[in-house]
Design a protein around this ligand. Structure first.
Ligand SMILES: [Zn+2]
Length: 409
């Protein structure tokens, strides 16, 4: 005959004086209940001062959800002792299979965390039949612990980008260590205060603001204000990705305005935004016809191509300054309001624009982070507050090492 108690004692790796007192299968509802007890007269260590051999003061009945045994939802019950320490008073002992205050065993939590890297929390909640807020709490706790352990003492080049979530109800600004391609800070909002928050997160780690020597970001006035105020020593770089996007926005404004009188421009938006080499044969033919016409959109398009060309070919700052100056003159004389406006923005952000050619901070890293954020958005589908979304960004993009052994490095 099988000794279930002995089997589960071994499976749970229980050590003296703990033992499995009773195992109950409730086959009707598909549950397995393991009752753990301790031997009479046992003494335990104080969890606070590790003082050994403290007598039991009283016990509290507690329950933890454990990994399923086959199809059975499994619960551990323990008459949990509290000891009385002369120094720390009455304390509950440390439980080897669970973190203090958690209703799940460490193995169950590790299982959930592992799943969370691969599928939405909502789906895991259905799968394990638990409320999603309980699972979010697991993710939050592990991420917080791992973040506290993370080492940012060598970070000096930071990329910043904002992302929207949940149909644009929330904006989250993300700070990235550009050398290690990992998220090191994320906070709700997209105004100047996100830099204050980042600065404070460094201060907690005793990292001085001067350690950050380069910041790569878009040209939004809010970000500039924040960076100037919090990191006055850092060189700003406006990266290629954001600059080409700004130019594309200007070009699209010109086209939308012009198409009111020029029907032939209708639904041509992507023709002008795509890289010419990515156009299909029919798109190319249409483009050829359109560029024969004397259109404002075509002029704006040529100005954009010239800007792209500079970013594609120039590798040296002095050359970039010369080419961008001449491009700027052309754009300012273009008589196209949105293009002129964009050129002015470039001029107002001149140093940060030309710095790109020196520091060569690649937008590739930020694009990589963006795709991680996109996954985080999927995993966090139906999340209840923005902190869950942020925790998911860290789980996937923080390159953290977790207490349960999971490593995303
Ligand atoms: Zn103590």
């Amino acid at each position: 005959m099988i000794n279930h108690e002995k089997l589960f004692k071994d499976a749970l790796q229980l050590k003296e004086p703990l033992y499995v007192k009773l195992v109950e299968f409730e086959s009707g509802i598909g549950e397995l209940h393991i009752h753990i007890d301790f031997k009479k007269g046992s003494r335990f260590d104080c969890p606070a001062c590790s003082h050994a051999g403290m007598p039991v003061y009283d016990t509290v009945d507690k329950t933890w959800r454990h990994l399923n045994f086959f199809q059975y939802k499994t619960y551990i019950h323990f008459r949990t002792p509290r000891i009385e320490c002369p120094q720390d008073g009455v304390r509950m002992i440390d439980i080897p299979w669970a973190a203090p205050g958690s209703g799940f065993t460490l193995l169950f939590e590790a299982f959930v965390l592992q799943l969370a890297t691969a599928m939405p929390i909502e789906r895991i909640a259905t799968m394990v039949d638990e409320h999603d807020t309980r699972l979010w709490r697991i993710v939050q706790r592990y991420v917080e612990e791992a973040r506290n352990e993370a080492d940012y003492t060598a970070v000096h080049t930071v990329g910043v980008d904002e992302t929207s979530s949940k149909k644009g109800h929330h904006y989250v600004s993300i700070f990235v260590d550009m050398d290690e391609s990992r998220v090191i800070h994320a906070v709700e909002g997209k105004d100047a205060t996100v830099f204050t928050s980042f600065k404070e997160s460094l201060a907690i780690r005793s990292i001085k603001t001067e350690q950050i020597t380069q910041i790569c970001m878009d040209m939004s006035p809010a970000f500039r204000k924040g960076a100037d105020a919090c990191f006055p020593d850092a060189d700003l770089t406006f990266d290629k990705f954001h600059i080409i996007k700004g130019m594309n926005d200007a070009l699209d404004k010109v086209r939308r305005d012009e198409q009111k009188e020029h029907q032939e421009l209708k639904s041509s938006r992507y023709l002008w935004l795509y890289n010419p080499s990515h156009l299909s044969v029919s798109q190319e033919r249409r483009m050829k016809d359109l560029t024969k016409l004397n259109l404002k959109t075509v002029r704006a398009y040529r100005i954009k191509l010239a800007l792209q060309e500079i970013y594609r070919k120039v590798t040296e700052k002095q050359e970039a300054i010369i080419k961008l100056k001449s491009w700027y003159g052309w754009a300012r004389r273009s008589r196209l309001e949105p293009v002129k406006e964009f050129a002015k923005t470039i001029k107002n952000n001149w140093n940060g624009t030309v710095n790109y050619f020196e520091s060569k901070l690649t937008s590739g890293i930020m694009e990589g982070i963006n795709s991680i954020v996109q996954s985080a958005r999927n995993r966090a589908k139906g999340y209840r507050n923005v902190n869950n979304f942020i925790a998911m960004i860290f789980l996937l993009g923080g390159k953290l090492k977790f207490k349960c052994g999971l490593s995303m490095v």
